[in-house]
Design a binder for this molecule. Structure first.
Ligand code: AQP
Length: 328
């Protein structure tokens, strides 16, 4: 809980590539609305992005650009704290303490680890322990709520479990957070491979709508989106994942119900055209704001954000050190 009696919200995004529609509809849109009802802390989780092999400088370069995207989307530094994970050292210190109460078997059950390690020639230990660092990110700020997409549900439940275990072992020290997953748009699927979630690291960029895509690129990707052969427009995510994904995107962009929207269409073509148009209308003001942001202003916002974040994190970390009682 924040000192101003508002709940504390925390969430993060990796600078692992360009922001896509799944990130936006599943999480970032809610980051913006949460600013009005919670003391919100948003983090660019650059250390997480290092859990798969990267070139030197790659993540550093992506970080500033991602920060500008977040500001353009509507993260307001007057209302929220926006900062970079590696600028606050306490994240890794607390992660160690949480790894010490996390069971190997628990981590092995994480579906994100299974998905991301599949077919990889090098699997880092960091990819395996990723959820413990994520848990530290959250609880380092006494966070009450965590706005995320559905893919993070298991990680937040893991966070709750290990924080409860820590509190049981060392005394009531850390706040146990809750996820906040949207009812609509919580899992946006890849347009070419609707069995999978839309992801920065997708096999083909044709299945992913990036925030930086032009209207023409969006129209083309929507037109080519994989549907199915039965020709019926129906909201049925299990049996018709491609069509249901388009309905979800259209519904989320227009604040409508996807099943009700489905009744207005008899063919896939007009559904694709309307979905592209609705999306472009939502993204246009974001593109305009993004074009006005310069690197110097963005870097200064991150610097101030890191100072604000440290001021919250340091006393929480001190509480953890007191609870564990190592020699000082
Ligand atoms: N397809 C999605 N639908 C809904 N929400 C999504 N999120 C990600 N993909 C979808 C949400 O976006 C937030 C930031 O996620 P992230 O970038 O930190 O990590 P990720 O979930 O691993 O995203 P990607 O795009 O799949 O990245 P890569 O390919 O690098 O692993 C989270 O709240 C997430 O739920």
């Amino acid at each position: 809980m924040a000192t101003n009696d508002l709940p504390r919200a925390f969430s993060g995004i990796q600078p692992s590539g360009e922001v896509h529609l799944g990130n936006y509809l599943g999480a970032l849109r809610n980051w913006v609305s949460t600013q009005e009802t919670a003391d919100s802390i948003y983090c660019i989780v650059d250390l997480h992005a290092l859990s798969v092999p990267r070139e030197p400088g790659e993540i550093g370069r992506n970080t500033l650009s991602l920060a500008a995207d977040l500001l353009a989307i509507g993260i307001d530094p007057e209302k929220s704290t926006l900062f970079v994970q590696s600028n606050v050292r306490e994240h890794t210190e607390l992660a160690w303490h949480l790894q010490c109460v996390a069971a190997f078997g628990e981590l092995r059950r994480m579906t994100q680890f299974k998905d991301k390690s599949e077919d990889q020639s090098f699997i880092s230990t960091a990819l395996f322990t990723y959820p413990a660092l994520q848990a530290a990110d959250i609880v380092l700020y006494d966070s009450d709520i965590v706005p995320v997409g559905d893919d993070q549900r298991q990680h937040i439940e893991f966070t709750r479990d290990i924080v409860e275990r820590f509190n049981k072992r060392f005394g009531d020290t850390l706040v146990v957070p809750q996820h906040r997953i949207p009812t609509a748009g919580a899992r946006i699927r890849d347009l070419q491979n609707p069995e999978k979630k839309m992801s920065k690291s997708a096999e083909s960029p044709q299945g992913v709508i990036f925030l930086s895509d032009t209207p023409a690129q969006i129209e083309k990707k929507m037109k080519r989106a994989v549907t199915d052969n039965d020709g019926e427009v129906r909201f049925d995510p299990e049996n018709k994942p491609g069509v249901s994904n388009l309905l979800t995107i259209l519904a989320t962009c227009t604040d409508a119900d996807p099943a009700v929207l489905a009744e207005q269409y008899t063919q896939y073509g007009p559904l694709k055209t309307d979905t592209a148009a609705a999306l472009i209308a939502v993204l246009e003001p974001i593109w305009e704001r993004r074009a006005q942001l310069d690197d110097q202003t963005t870097a200064e916002i991150l610097r101030v954000g890191a100072d604000k974040a440290r001021a919250v994190a340091e006393p929480v970390m001190e509480r953890v050190r007191d609870a564990v009682q190592l020699h000082r």
